[in-house]
Design a protein around this ligand. Structure first.
Ligand SMILES: [Zn+2]
Length: 223
């Protein structure tokens, strides 16, 4: 007699995101703001390609639950110009944060770069009114949420810019790195003890580098 298969291997359709986010989105930055920056270099899909993919990314990042995500998508259909403006704004924030991640500690430019980023962070924080909450997720973990009043789209970027603000407040910028693979533009927070993390992800870039080293070794032995 064979055992019946587990009933919940496949989640109910209502909980399935619009994209296969597990494959489409990578969260390897160890900080929300860095993951958001990395959303521009996904294999084939830019998370800010359109409003819908932006909501999918926010859902994958657990910033928006399915219910609020559906509400946003509905609202976007009713107010396409508001949704388009939110998307343009998100892209602007992402560009500004990438500059902070990549040049926030560079000699000569650091001060200007940080001051520009701070202006951008405060612009976003300053214009949104709403309620901050702490909510328990279905997996038992806790997350900060922000429920905006007024413009429904205005608060979407708040947790992301707060995460960037934390990097400034906690002095984390010296540990923010860009992947050592020149073809990869991912950034990450290096939380290793010795501060020598080089790759965004061992399964992709780290592995490629290992394979390249191996090939070189083989060539050398053949010589
Ligand atoms: Zn990489």
């Amino acid at each position: 007699m064979t055992a019946a298969p587990p009933a919940l291997l496949v989640p109910p359709a209502a909980f399935a995101p619009a994209l296969n986010t597990e494959r489409a989105f990578a969260f390897v930055g160890e900080r929300l703001w860095l993951d958001f920056i990395n959303s521009d270099v996904l294999r084939g899909i830019d998370a800010l390609r359109d409003f819908d993919t932006m909501i999918s990314w926010l859902e994958a990042a657990s910033l928006v639950d399915n219910e609020r995500g559906s509400g946003m998508r509905r609202r976007a259909r009713e107010q396409p110009s508001g949704a388009a403006a939110a998307l343009v704004d998100a892209r602007r924030i992402r560009t500004s944060l990438r500059i902070l991640a990549e040049r926030g500690t560079a000699t000569n430019t650091a001060e200007q770069v940080r001051s520009d980023a701070l202006g951008e962070i405060n612009r976003v924080l300053g214009r949104s009114a709403g309620t901050r909450r702490v909510e328990r997720r279905s997996d038992g973990s806790y997350a900060r949420t922000f429920v905006p009043v007024g413009d429904a789209f205005a608060g979407l970027m708040i947790p992301i810019v707060e995460s960037a603000a934390d990097a400034l407040i906690l002095g984390e910028l010296p540990r923010v790195r860009r992947c050592a693979d020149m073809r990869c533009a991912r950034v990450f927070f290096d939380s290793t003890k010795n501060g020598r993390r080089r790759w965004c992800d061992m399964a992709t870039c780290g592995n490629r580098a290992k394979a390249a080293r191996h090939r070189q070794k083989l060539r050398q032995t053949a010589d």
